[in-house]
Each structure stands twice: as structure tokens, then as C-alpha cells.
Design a protein around this ligand. Sequence first.
Ligand SMILES: [Cu+2]
Length: 204
Amino acid sequence: MWRTTSARLCLFLTMSLALAPSLASAKGTKSQKDARVYFIAPADGETVTGPFVCRFGLRNMSVTHAGDDFAGSGHHHLLVDVDETMEAGQPIPRDKKHIHYAAGETEARVELSPGKHTLQLVLGDSKHLNFDPPVVSEKIMITVGRPNASEEQARAARKTSERRKLLERVAPAEPQQTQADPTPEMTKSPESSNFLSRVLSGTK
Ligand SMILES: [Cu+2]
């Protein structure tokens, strides 16, 4: 009886090991062969103005939410001005330069400061770790122009003009108030003074 039980246990253990998913390795989750992540937009060397849409492309693997542990799937990360190399199994940092798209987004609206920036995509596993080997895109360089510089200038000029008109409308009101209450002496004309003098002195 015990021999049958041991034999069954051995068989169970052997089968379990054989069927165990070979997803994890010492360096992290295995990526699919020929997996490739790339930018659909923007193009390398492109100049964009203000906020722009970034579109992520992926081949031979699929996109899912962070936390979903499906074989051959992961979620996108956008690296902005990042120089360090992605290492297999290493956590992808979470900061302004490493943007996680944990909801499985395949595009995003991105806003960067004016100037030149490098962009790179990296696919992360369910735990935000790099795959083994890492699935990383080519690094592209874009230039972000100032948003509608001419419009901003026109708006500033309009504001200055409106402010000036407002000041011109307000400024004349002050002298009018001071003139509204003149002293009685100021109302006497030279002619009226002479007339009064003549009446008082009895001359014509
Ligand atoms: Cu992530």
C-alpha cells in the first residue's frame, strides 16, 4: 500500500515539475522570442508643438494591465531622457522620467518642456520588472517647440492694449471731480468784478 502511495507521490511531483510554467528565470520573466517594441509616433527627429500623442507599437508579445500575469504579455513604459541601460529582471523606476502605463495603454498624450528630448519604450512584466531579455525600443530624439508662440505674443499685446484703454478711461475722471466743486472766487469773471466795483462806488 505505502509503495503505491509513494509511487503516486513521485509521479505527481514529476508531473508538477514538468508542467510548471517556465516563465520565471533567475533574471526575471522570460520575454517572447523576437519581441519588439517601437514608436509608431512620434518619428525620430520629429518636431512637435506643445502636448503630443505618443503611440506605442509591439510585436510578438501582447499588452495587458500591470498585475496580469499572462505569458508573453506586459505593459508599456515611456522613458524620457533616460541614459541608463535596462537590465533583465530589474525594477523599472517610477518617476517623471519613467512613466508607467499600467492600464495597458497603447498611446498617451505627453507634455514635455520645450527643447530636445530622448524617448524610449520598455515593456515591463506584471510586477514592473524588465523582461529577460529586456524588451526595449530604439531611443528616438524629438524637439518640443513652444506652444503657439505667435498666439501667445498676440494675446500679450491684446492684454496690454486693453489695460491701456482701461487706464485712459479711468484717468480723466479724477480731474473732473476736482473741477466739479470750484471755489466761488474762481467763478467770478473780471467783468463781473468791475461791475460790482462800479455799483458799489456809484460810478457808471
Ligand atoms: Cu510598470
